[in-house]
Write a protein that binds this ligand. Structure first.
Ligand SMILES: Cc1cc2nc3c(=O)[nH]c(=O)nc-3n(C[C@H](O)[C@H](O)[C@H](O)COP(=O)(O)OP(=O)(O)OC[C@H]3O[C@@H](n4cnc5c(N)ncnc54)[C@H](O)[C@@H]3O)c2cc1C
Length: 402
């Protein structure tokens, strides 16, 4: 049967465009559709940790980002009040992070997919996933109010985010679900220089962070527990500024700065989904989502894209069965992200760290190697399981006896 394309990818941002690009580079016939047109923004802050930067470098796209003038971030600083832990988040090969506006990053990714030979349809809304005999075989959608069309493919890739139409249709097994934990908001300020630093301030039931982005603007994001969402949503600015005033030194800096955009933000649910089934695959937030307090989503979407494109290559070229390669993808994903998922869900509660953890963080502060390890863990360069392993902590802190 002529299935039209090898792959149709629904969603063209951090997960979808790299998947399309990598498959198209392998010579597959790829159709990428998104209801958005590019460049366009989306509700998301955009810390791109060094592991995500490394993916851009592997794909030959880092230089394109650098030439947009996005400032590099060499230091992550975590201010707990009594002490600050600050270190380098990356590795020798990929030492810095960036905080690129999604208008810039997502456009760059869509263009790279087009350059690779993927057919791109922007402003195309997928209304329906076509399922025949229990197998996803195509999408039904329309562009700009036009007549509905059906396009068919060997595999339908849902890169369509948290409210995935593909996932809704195929109903994947969902596990380790947790409801939203944190209510977060963000905006952009001018005249708030960061000097290559990503700064996070942790206080009791409040946390906020600042990072430099395009156009000499600084992103400031912060939030409170979801239990305060309803009460605070009528005056986000008032509660946000009150939170910043908990740190007088930062408050002084924000007083001299100017907010340039409206506040945006949304709470998000936490879940894993089985990322494959007959004729379909889920990548990015469509397959796995967690609170953004650890800013892992874009890097995870890149990793997913790479893993899924490699697996689909093996399956589409008949080197290995689809179920086998995708089962491996799911296993590797879950192994890779589980300790970060647990760490993220805990951090998102904004509960003060328990006393033994506070003692540990106090001992880390001032110890260069341990502080780098802490920054690398928060960046996802190493996993929380690796970082908190007793032998690692012992090695990092030497004989300090913590
Ligand atoms: C407030 C907030 C802050 C965040 N901060 C960070 C951060 O600092 N760093 C970080 O790494 N991550 C962050 N994240 C997470 C990050 O935004 C996501 O993990 C990332 O965008 C996932 O990319 P994606 O491609 O899977 O999905 P999305 O970026 O959600 O893209 C999905 C695309 O699918 C398209 N689509 C959906 N349905 C259809 C349809 N029916 N037809 C056609 N197109 C469709 C949409 O138009 C959209 O373009 C944050 C998230 C939020 C909500």
């Amino acid at each position: 049967m002529n299935r039209g394309y090898d792959a149709i990818i629904v969603g063209g941002r951090c997960a979808g465009s790299p998947t399309a690009m990598l498959l198209a580079r392998k010579g597959y016939r790829v159709l990428l559709v998104d209801r958005a047109t590019f460049p366009s923004d989306t509700v998301s802050t955009h810390i791109l940790h060094p592991v995500g930067v490394a993916a851009l470098a592997r794909w030959g796209l880092l230089e394109r980002l650098v030439t947009t003038g996005c400032p590099p971030i060499h230091t992550y600083a975590y201010d707990f009040g009594p002490f600050t832990i600050e270190g380098g988040p990356g590795t020798t090969d990929s030492p810095v992070a960036y905080c690129p506006r999604r208008t810039v990053l997502d456009k760059l990714l869509v263009d790279a997919a087009a350059d690779a030979g993927a057919e791109i349809r922007e402003g195309f809304i997928v209304d329906e996933i076509v399922v025949e005999d229990g197998r996803a075989v195509g999408v039904k959608g329309r562009a700009g109010g036009g007549a509905p069309v059906i396009e068919r493919a060997e595999v339908i890739v849902g890169a369509d985010g948290r409210r995935s139409r593909v996932a809704d249709t195929v109903g994947p097994e969902q596990y380790r679900e947790r409801p939203p934990i944190l209510a977060g908001y963000y905006s952009y300020w001018s005249n708030l220089p960061m000097n290559g630093r990503f700064e996070t301030y942790i206080r009791s039931y409040r946390a906020f962070a600042a990072a430099p982005t395009h156009d000499d603007l600084t992103l400031v994001v912060g939030g409170w527990p979801i239990s305060e969402f309803e009460a605070n949503k009528k005056d986000v600015e008032g509660h946000f500024l009150k939170m910043l005033s908990m740190v007088p030194s930062f408050n002084d800096r924000i007083q001299g700065a100017k907010r340039e955009r409206q506040f945006a933000g949304t709470p998000v649910p936490n879940y894993f989904r089985k990322p494959y089934g007959p004729g379909w695959v889920l990548v990015g937030d469509a397959g796995y989502n967690k609170d953004y307090v650890t800013a892992q989503g874009i890097s995870d979407a890149f990793r997913d894209a790479e893993e899924c494109a490699a697996a689909l290559d093996r399956s589409l070229s008949n080197a290995a069965p689809f179920d086998e390669v995708m089962r491996e993808v799911q296993q590797r994903r879950d192994e890779h992200v589980t300790s970060m998922f647990e760490f993220t869900c805990q951090l998102a509660t904004l509960e003060p760290p328990p006393p033994d953890m506070q003692r540990l963080f106090g001992a880390i502060a001032g110890n260069r190697k341990a502080m780098d390890g802490f920054a690398q863990m928060n960046a996802g360069t190493i996993s929380p399981a690796q970082f908190f392993a007793p032998e690692n902590i012992g090695a990092l802190l030497g004989a300090s006896g913590v």
